[in-house]
Design a protein around this ligand. Structure first.
Ligand SMILES: O=C(O)CCCC[C@@H]1SC[C@@H]2NC(=O)N[C@@H]21
Length: 271
């Protein structure tokens, strides 16, 4: 069995880095959890965890992805983490935290020389294969303020994936033969995230972030084929709305999608 990417020394280095980047951020580590998103949810509900908090795991036994999928999270395979935050925007604008996470992960990977792309709604690709995913969830706290959980899994060291995902998943080690030190990658992501976090309270800054994200997606005017829970649809991308929805034009009818798997897209060059 492989060992976790974290040991005491690595965790100590990470704590030190985070103390300078974001002093209020509490950092927790569990060598094995079912899911960092689920554990944060449980502990936040009971009042054991309060925001802002970062939970890391060496391994997840029941990692979760979008649309009730599982997330392959073996020991020694990747970075599995969730952030617990008190949202500073209206509920309908919460998707901005997913945008922030996507851009932070992309920029951190670029910092270490990996040419990562962002795929709508919340995937990070390397050489057109899935390298990382983001699962953002709202925690309804009843009478008190709601909380937001932003979980991400980044495949750093996985060399072989289960057969069901082997044709579309990848890792840094598979693509480039190496990965940066895990604490350095984590610290860089947190630094990128932290830089823009306070900005999200300003509408103008949110619009800028949205614009940067939409540009990074590169879907404007593309012909697209997308699989959703309702079926497979084709159309032309009209826009990505201010709530992060993909709006496609299907022969004059506009379809608003908040999730789905883009199967392929191309720019036909037509206006
Ligand atoms: O692409 C997706 O479908 C999203 C995957 C998100 C996986 C991460 S790993 C850490 C956190 N804990 C979970 O159970 N899921 C997220």
């Amino acid at each position: 069995m492989k060992k976790s990417l974290f040991n005491d020394q690595i965790l100590e280095n990470l704590h030190d880095d985070i103390k300078t980047i974001w002093p209020e951020l509490q950092v927790k580590y569990n060598s094995e959890v079912e899911s960092t998103n689920s554990l944060i949810k449980k502990k936040a509900k009971s009042g054991d965890y309060t925001p802002p908090l970062l939970l890391l795991a060496g391994e997840q036994t029941a990692g979760r992805g979008r649309r009730q999928r599982s997330w392959y999270s073996p020991a020694g395979g990747g970075l599995y983490f969730s952030l617990l935050l008190k949202p500073e925007v209206a509920p309908e604008e919460l998707y901005i935290y997913t945008v922030l996470a996507s851009l932070s992960i992309q920029h951190a990977l670029q910092h270490f020389g990996f040419d990562a792309d962002i795929k709508w709604p919340n995937d990070i690709l390397l050489s057109d294969s899935k390298l990382a995913g983001i699962l953002s969830e709202l925690l309804d706290c009843g009478d008190s303020d709601n909380l937001v959980i932003i979980g991400s899994g980044i495949n750093t060291h996985i060399e072989e994936f289960p057969r069901e995902i082997a044709d579309r998943a990848t890792s840094l080690v598979r693509e480039e033969g190496m990965a940066p030190p895990v604490e350095a990658l984590m610290s860089r992501i947190i630094a990128e995230f932290r830089t823009n976090l306070e900005e999200v309270t300003r509408q103008e800054a949110r619009e800028d972030l949205h614009k940067t994200w939409v540009e990074a997606l590169g879907l404007g005017g593309c012909k697209i084929k997308i699989r959703t829970e309702q079926g497979l649809f084709s159309g032309t991308v009209q826009e990505i709305s201010e709530r992060g929805e993909l709006i496609i034009d299907r022969e004059g009818n506009l379809m608003h999608l908040d999730t789905g798997d883009i199967m392929n897209f191309y720019n036909s060059g037509e206006k």
